[in-house]
Design a protein around this ligand. Structure first.
Ligand code: TUI
Length: 315
């Protein structure tokens, strides 16, 4: 069985994190992934700080296994969430879309394991120096907010630079991707897009259907001109967004207001004017399945690929 030192650090069976997808990652999905032996994560992007507090309390009722919270640092209530997770006794945190340095001491004092998501060696080193227990290195194949580097070159460069465990994210969807990430030196994998198709994922049915219908070329990155690149499915909405960005007569404020609230509309309402964030591997997601089947497919699939490579590739 595949195990790594991060399993012991966090008390989980399998080195599989579920991405803390904004508006999507709630108690239902996080508890299902944790009950399957992975690490479920609740997103801090929900209908406000108290809604996230409720999800944490619900998750504690649904699982006795470890789970965590992902804090999106660019959200206006990030500071409030940073304090609330201490009050609620959360044991594991991941962070995204910025540097959590200002909160690190308070979290460490509370005994929380802190695992920032990073997209560059420089930020990874800064996080290690600030006391991070591990990092998630996320390549630009992922859905949602993306950095510049892709998974294949990002993971080994961060692994070489750090002494703490590295979790690979971005473009990992099945046992083959998981095995590749372990070969690059990762201690664990984080998977987002595939969990959109989990039975326990409460995203709108339309969101799930769009993921199932996606092909290899179904995603697009928009928002570069706003300094906030985001990968989502190609839809009339994301194509209009891209068009506005290349039109010199449209101001950044107009583009921003066009995009405001679009992710919530997609996740909660299946709205055609929503933003359907998804990674490049959306085209590989074919079925709605229980989270347990997904977690086991990732880990047992990786094991199979590694065994086959061992017997077929090595002379
Ligand atoms: O955070 C993510 N992905 C996200 S957050 C999100 S919420 C959203 N809602 C509406 C519109 C847009 C977004 C959707 N997806 N992933 C983690 C991640 N963090 N990926 C890349 C980074 C990152 C990038 C640059 C982290 C730090 C960084 O530099 C910070 C610095 O200060 O150097």
């Amino acid at each position: 069985m595949i195990k790594s030192k991060i399993c012991e650090m966090l008390g989980i069976k399998y080195p599989v994190f579920q991405g803390g997808m904004a508006w999507v990652a709630d108690a239902s999905l996080a508890a299902a992934v944790s009950n399957a032996g992975g690490l479920g994560l609740i997103s801090s992007i929900n209908a406000g700080t108290e809604a996230v507090r409720n999800e944490i309390r619900k998750c504690k009722e649904l699982t006795d296994k470890p789970f965590g919270v992902n804090i999106m640092l660019q959200a206006p209530n990030a500071g409030e969430i940073a304090q609330m997770v201490i009050e609620e006794g959360v044991r594991i945190l991941t962070t995204g879309a910025g540097s959590p340095a200002q909160y690190m001491q308070a979290w460490k004092d509370a005994g929380i394991k802190v695992i920032p998501v990073v997209a560059s060696v420089a930020l990874a080193l800064k996080m290690q120096a600030a006391g991070a227990d591990a990092v998630v290195a996320e390549g630009a194949e992922s859905g949602g907010h993306v950095g510049e580097l892709h998974t294949m070159p990002l993971i080994p460069q961060i692994v070489d630079a750090l002494d703490i465990p590295v979790v690979a994210a971005g473009g990992i969807c099945d046992g083959r991707g998981a095995a590749a990430a372990f070969m690059l030196g990762a201690d664990a994998i984080q998977v987002g897009t595939r969990f959109l198709s989990a039975e326990e994922c409460t995203a709108h049915e339309e969101y799930k259907q769009k993921i199932l219908k996606a092909t290899d070329i179904s995603t697009i990155v928009t928002g570069k001109t706003l300094g906030h690149p985001v990968r989502s499915l190609k839809t009339p909405f994301s194509k209009s967004f891209a068009k506005m960005e290349s039109d010199p007569n449209v101001t950044p404020e107009e583009i921003l207001s066009f995009g405001t609230g679009a992710l919530r509309k997609a996740v909660k309402e299946g709205d055609r004017n929503g933003s359907y964030m998804a990674g490049e591997c959306a085209g590989m997601v074919k079925n709605i399945e229980p989270a347990q089947v997904i977690v086991e497919d990732l880990i047992l699939g990786a094991e199979k690929v590694i065994r086959e490579a061992y017997s077929n590739l090595l002379a």
